[in-house]
Each structure stands twice: as C-alpha cells, then as structure tokens.
Write a protein that binds this ligand. Structure first.
Ligand SMILES: [Zn+2]
Length: 199
C-alpha cells in the first residue's frame, strides 16, 4: 500500500526502532522535528562557559539571589541550600529568569539547563506550563529548568532567535544542544530531553 511508504523510509533511517511501539513513534516524530530545526550555534558561542575542572563538583546558580554555588556532586540530591541566602538551590519547579539571569545560568551551571521561552498571551504556552512544572518535579536536580517570558525579556528572545513560542531550548556546558517548538506532553518532553543528552 502506498500509505506505508513513508513508514518504510522511517524504518530505513531508524532501523533499530520498532514502529509498533508508541513511544518509538514519538521518538521518531521528535527526532524529525529536531533534525528540521538545527540550533543557531552562533548565539551560544557568544556565551563563554566557565568550565574549570570541576573535580566531582556541581555548580548551580541560586534561583533566589543569583549567587554561584559550588557543591560536591554527592550533595546534589540532598536538597542543597544557597551559601549566600540559605534558600534551596533546587525547588522542584521551573525558575523564572530574565535576560540577564538566563545568561548567568547557562554560563555557570554544570547540570544541563532546559529553558521554556513563553509569553502570557500564548494559549499553548499556558497549557504547557503545568506539564513543565510536573516535569521539573521529576527532573531536578539532574536538570535545571528555567522559564522566561519573551514579552518582558525581548533581549533574550532576540539573542536566542526565538521565532515561535513555546520553544524549549536545551543547553549543556554552556552550549545549545537542541531546541523544539510547540507544546509537548510530559512523556514527549522526557523522551526528547533524554534523547538529546544520551544520544
Ligand atoms: Zn541564594
């Protein structure tokens, strides 16, 4: 049947994936989206990632006072608090940032950083918000989840060339790894992030 031809093509491109598996379908869809939307590396390259030899240490920006905190990796899952303001370094929820603090997080954080570029007038952004909150609860502290209002922070929207919202951009070691636009389900979001970080 002619209708099966596209699947045959996908099978050739992704020979290890069983197409009867719904999750695999989602992965293929996501992979197709990613390959279609190559990140603009020129923006990330403007940020200089300060990666000294961390020697088993993690560096995080405090969501409350923006102080750079450094702690042993082993303490990451131990609800670490800020050396400066004593508030939790990870909140289990997305941290709202502005253009300036966004760059600071990307530049100094040693765990991968996921950013939701959204705007108050955007319907899909609003429906995605609780999904993102739920995901943060599960993904932190292994991932730092940020959200930025592109209307209030047009500098950041321009700097990262955000053309549609919601757009999720994943950074690792100061560099953009991947981006995807449109609201995702929590399952899709988890699979997408895992795929980008683990190849
Ligand atoms: Zn603090």
């Amino acid at each position: 049947m002619a209708g099966y031809a596209p699947q045959a093509n996908v099978r050739l491109l992704y020979p290890r994936v069983m197409l009867t598996d719904v999750d695999a379908h989602l992965k293929i869809i996501n992979t197709a989206l990613i390959s279609h939307m190559k990140p603009d590396q020129s923006n990330s390259e403007k940020l200089t990632y300060e990666n000294q030899h961390m020697n088993g240490k993690t560096r995080l920006i405090c969501p409350h006072c923006n102080t750079i905190n450094q702690l042993p990796n082993a303490r990451l899952g131990d609800n670490p608090t800020c050396a400066q303001c004593k508030n939790p370094l990870m909140q289990g929820s997305p941290t709202a940032v502005n253009s300036e603090s966004l760059s600071r997080h990307i530049q100094h954080t040693t765990v991968p950083v996921l950013v939701d570029f959204w705007a108050p007038w955007c319907g899909p952004c609003k429906s995605f918000a609780p999904i993102y909150v739920n995901f943060a609860r599960k993904a932190e502290p292994n991932l730092r989840l940020l959200k930025i209002d592109t209307e209030a922070n047009q500098v950041a929207a321009g700097k990262f060339t955000i053309r549609s919202i919601p757009t999720l951009v994943l950074f690792n070691e100061g560099k953009e790894v991947a981006r995807i636009s449109g609201a995702l389900s929590e399952v899709q979001l988890g699979q997408w992030v895992e795929q980008q970080l683990n190849g």
